[in-house]
Design a binder for this molecule. Structure first.
Ligand SMILES: C[S@@+](CC[C@H](N)C(=O)[O-])C[C@H]1O[C@@H](n2cnc3c(N)ncnc32)[C@H](O)[C@@H]1O
Length: 249
């Protein structure tokens, strides 16, 4: 299947919980300021920018599979010069980087990737020994209420087919198998409450349901999102986050 394209402009204008997910994750990545850091699934570069600010003598490799997200990143970070390397790649394939990195960072991306063994091996190979991997993504139980609403609307039960919501034990085992140590993995409920009506629908359409909508003809997309939104018991996206902190052996 082709990589999903994202509506980068709408995305950046939304009240994204990703902002505090990124802030929290950055707080868990101690940096001296000279490192090279991989931002895996960098999107429009909101956290790439903050990484660059924390790395006055360091560099960031910003990788994503959406050309529109990377175009927005390019606009945002046009002054970064050679401290920034932008990479377009599909993370469903083995990770290939032009250089080794000191740390890897990822917000809200891993649940879009079907094979976490592949990703963790790739990140492990990219990191120098002792390098830290911090990540957060949708975890087991994520958006269960949205999935129930989706099943009602579409009459199906396989609506999680676009996502990979892993749990703690399976993730720890995968990280260990990929050569990580000092592993800390947690599942943390973090529901996001939105304004009902148009703001909720814009959020669902842009952030949550993009893969579902691309299967529909354009004229059915808005009604589909509205139908899902109306079936939610409250205007809440019931996020459960998988938080990963691990060190490359
Ligand atoms: C929810 S966005 C998060 C972006 C950014 N980290 C943030 O916090 O705003 C998920 C990102 O993962 C990227 N992504 C999803 N599947 C991918 C794949 N197979 N290869 C590369 N990037 C992918 C998307 O293009 C998108 O930019």
């Amino acid at each position: 299947m082709d990589l999903l394209e994202w509506d980068a402009r709408s995305y950046d204008a939304l009240p994204l919980p990703h902002r505090h997910w990124g802030t929290d994750l950055l707080a868990r990545l101690p940096l001296a300021g000279t490192e090279t850091v991989l931002d895996l699934g960098c999107g429009t570069g909101r956290d790439t920018e903050r990484l660059l600010a924390a790395l006055p003598a360091g560099r960031v490799l910003a990788l994503d599979g959406s050309r529109r997200m990377l175009a927005a990143l390019g606009e945002r970070l046009s002054g970064a010069g050679d401290r920034l390397t932008v990479l377009h790649a599909d993370l469903r394939e083995p990770l290939r980087l032009p250089e080794r990195v000191d740390a890897a960072f990822s917000v809200a991306t891993l649940h879009w990737l079907p094979d976490h063994d592949l990703v963790f091996h790739g990140v492990g190979a990219a990191l120098r020994p002792g390098g830290r991997f911090v990540a957060e993504a949708g975890g087991r139980g994520n958006v269960a209420g949205v999935l129930r609403a989706l099943a009602e609307v579409s009459g199906g039960t396989d609506e999680a087919r676009f996502w990979n919501f892993s749990g703690v034990d399976d993730t720890v085992a995968r990280l260990r198998g990929a050569g990580f140590t000092d592993i800390d993995v947690q599942l943390v409920p973090d529901p996001a409450r939105l304004e009902p009506g148009e703001p909720l629908e814009a959020f669902l359409g842009t952030v949550v349901l993009g893969a579902h909508l691309r299967e529909l003809p354009a004229e059915r997309r808005r009604p589909f999102v509205r139908a899902v939104a109306r079936r939610l018991p409250e205007p809440v996206v019931d996020y459960v986050r998988l938080r990963i902190d691990a060190v490359r052996r």
